[in-house]
Design a protein around this ligand. Structure first.
Ligand code: UGB
Length: 615
């Protein structure tokens, strides 16, 4: 024992730490000699921040020593992955918890108003010229997918990016995203002067919940055609849970030698990008934009060329993509907030905060639709386009730290204890909160049918969505892809039949012809227009799958299923009349466990009865 005490005393004196520092935690004091110098320093941080309870149940030296070391491994990770370390996390938590207890509104002093942005109408001249500008720029863009969320609201057991975007071809979200980026890369390079070897980088932010399955999905599919070095994964760490208003770190109920942790939110993406060094690498390689997007919006890339064109033309440092929002829809509202002292910013107000903010600032009805049938505040779809230079400049000041919030569920009105532990959270769209007034912050509003079809709600919750509001379910996620493609073809002159109404998993929805195409066939409206012509007709029960690059559809009359594929260097003309029994949608119940989960959550599966397949 004497030698253990000597070894601890020696380490402490080397560290310049007073031997009495651990007297408030006798169980820790007895174990000091098994810890390394770094671990002792972290122990000191914990005691200084009043966390001695973490050691109350520590056993005598010799018992559970490996667990004690593992505890400090975890503390090391929690400390190094948070800007400013654990001491900073605990300090901020105390401040935010005190504000929350006092009922202080984070928007105190601010009045909301409806901001002005760029509103685009699909297919008109201005849309087309923004698309042209966007395609030129996109080879200078890096894409960042935040995919660390578990998708608790959806309740799906796999990772969300592996879900089929639509089940006609079974292409999963990640495949569709990557193939679209590769199509952008090709189209943009063709417009470059001289030789262009641009490779659009893709970063995927994962978490412990999604990391290994994302790696597996990429590796088992040869990165869906991207070069492996084009794709980088950055894993976010969870943050420590808090048990009370004094920010006492919560002991994990499953292991007394661990701190309980929970996700910190998608806002982590900024500090991870900053610390990875990628931003400077991109800057040195001539990249100009960073585009952020989420895991399951099958229509998001329809909006990218035109909105990137808006960013480039309007010289926006920040451009948030938005769609008209239905009151109470679970998407944030883009709002101008003006402070009594004159400060003003355009920022997302999250869906759970918009109604109370409006009620507190002279709008007694809160979050309601106006005469247009929509909320006057555009809905944030969380696709952000940031200009790289100003982004690096800002992160150099902040280290990528994003203003956090805390949302404790109190046991009662005294607000002294929580129902369960809480933690700090942050959102990527809060990035503009720290920007100086000179920053050019704008937003672009697109039509919802074109740009937004997220998969977030499980069938039961989707069926309860107020009538007229979007379901945000696997059912709507797929059906809206067919609707968007049908409407795009209609605008290009194809006679696409009207949809029929059908009910799947309790959700009444329009069923359009199941039309899909590979991104290499078309990523802009100009592409689509150049590849369809004459007098084409597609009936409601039809399925059309276009897989090749140079496929020209002319004078086609389709009533059934047609699948066309062609090598990239071949030109193919599709014309004439195709009629067959086609592919039929059959209802399945979401509770029917005999059906694979991916299908069950949609409420239908496709019975491929008869088709014409041309290769
Ligand atoms: N995500 C992470 O990568 N890490 C995390 O810790 C958490 C999430 P949700 P929600 O679509 O329009 C957002 O849970 O609550 C990823 C915006 O905040 O789907 O629906 C996750 O994998 C809201 O303003 O977010 O709200 C996913 O890709 C609104 O715009 C993404 O973050 C809404 O999305 C979003 O996670 C929207």
């Amino acid at each position: 024992m004497a030698s253990a005490v000597d070894s601890a005393t020696e380490k402490l004196s080397k560290l310049g730490i007073d031997a009495g520092f651990a007297s408030s935690a006798p169980n820790l004091q007895r174990n000091l000699h098994i810890l390394s110098a770094e671990q002792i320093e972290l122990a000191k941080v914990l005691l200084e921040t009043r966390q001695s309870h973490l050691f109350e149940h520590w056993a005598e030296p010799g018992v559970d020593d490996e667990e004690k070391k593992a505890f400090f491994d975890q503390v090391t990770r929690l400390n190094s992955s948070y800007p400013g370390g654990l001491a900073s996390y605990i300090k901020i938590a105390r401040e935010l918890l005190a504000d929350s207890k006092a009922g202080r509104n984070p928007f105190d002093g601010f009045t909301p108003s409806v901001p002005k942005g760029e509103t685009l109408t699909f297919g008109d001249d201005s849309f087309m010229s923004f698309e042209d500008a966007g395609v030129k720029e996109v080879r200078k863009a890096a894409f960042v997918l935040v995919a660390g969320g578990l998708g608790e609201r959806l309740g799906y057991n796999g990772i969300k990016v592996a879900l089929p975007r639509e089940t006609t071809t079974g292409t999963c979200f990640l495949q569709h995203y990557i193939e679209t980026m590769l199509a952008f890369q090709d189209a943009s390079c063709k417009l470059a002067e001289g030789e262009c070897r641009a490779k659009i980088p893709l970063v995927i932010m994962t978490s412990d919940d999604t990391h290994s399955r994302t790696v597996e999905l990429l590796e088992s599919n040869s990165y869906f055609g991207m070069e492996p070095d084009q794709v980088k994964l950055l894993k976010q760490e969870k943050v420590a849970c808090l048990d009370d208003n004094d920010a006492r770190l919560a002991v994990d109920p499953r292991n007394k030698y661990r701190i309980q942790t929970k996700p910190h939110g998608h806002g982590d993406v900024h500090s991870l990008l900053y610390s990875s060094g990628l931003l400077n690498e991109w800057c040195d390689a001539g990249f100009r934009w960073v585009l952020f997007f989420q895991d399951t919006n099958g229509l998001l890339f329809n909006a990218i060329p035109a909105s990137l064109g808006v960013s480039a033309t309007r010289q926006y440092h920040v451009n948030s993509l938005a769609v008209p929002r239905k009151a109470k829809e679970a998407i944030g509202g883009i709002t101008r907030l003006t402070h009594a002292d004159g400060r003003s910013m355009v920022i997302n107000v999250e869906y759970n905060q918009l109604d109370p903010l409006l009620r507190a600032t002279g709008f007694p009805d809160g979050d309601v639709n106006c005469e247009t049938g929509y909320s006057p505040f555009p809905g944030n779809i969380n696709q952000l386009i940031l200009e790289l230079g100003p982004y690096i400049e800002e992160l150099t000041k902040t280290g990528g730290a994003i203003k956090e919030f805390v949302n404790p569920k109190y046991k009662d009105a005294s607000k002294t204890s929580f129902k369960s532990s809480t933690r700090l959270e942050c959102m990527m769209q809060d990035y503009p909160k720290t920007l100086p007034p000179s920053a050019r912050v704008g937003f672009t509003v697109m039509e919802p049918w074109l740009a937004y079809a997220p998969v977030k709600n499980n069938p039961e919750d989707a069926a309860k969505v107020p009538k007229g509001n979007p379901y945000h379910s696997a059912t709507s996620g797929e059906m809206l892809v067919y609707r968007a493609n049908s409407l795009i073809l209609r605008q290009a002159g194809v006679q696409v039949a009207d949809p029929v109404q059908q009910v799947f998993n309790g959700q009444e929805i329009e069923v359009w012809p199941r039309i899909t195409w590979k991104p290499k066939w078309a990523t802009t409206f100009k592409d689509v227009k150049s590849k369809v012509g004459g007098s084409c007709l597609i009936s409601q029960k039809s399925t059309l799958v276009i897989k090749g690059r140079n496929i020209f559809v002319k004078d086609l009359s389709l009533d059934g299923a047609l699948v066309i594929d062609a090598a990239d260097d071949k030109e193919v003309k599709v014309e004439g009349s195709v009629q067959n029994k086609g592919w039929i949608l059959e209802n399945v119940d979401y509770k029917d466990a005999s059906v694979p989960e991916e299908l069950r959550i949609r409420g239908f599966r496709i019975n491929k009865i008869e088709q014409l397949e041309k290769n």
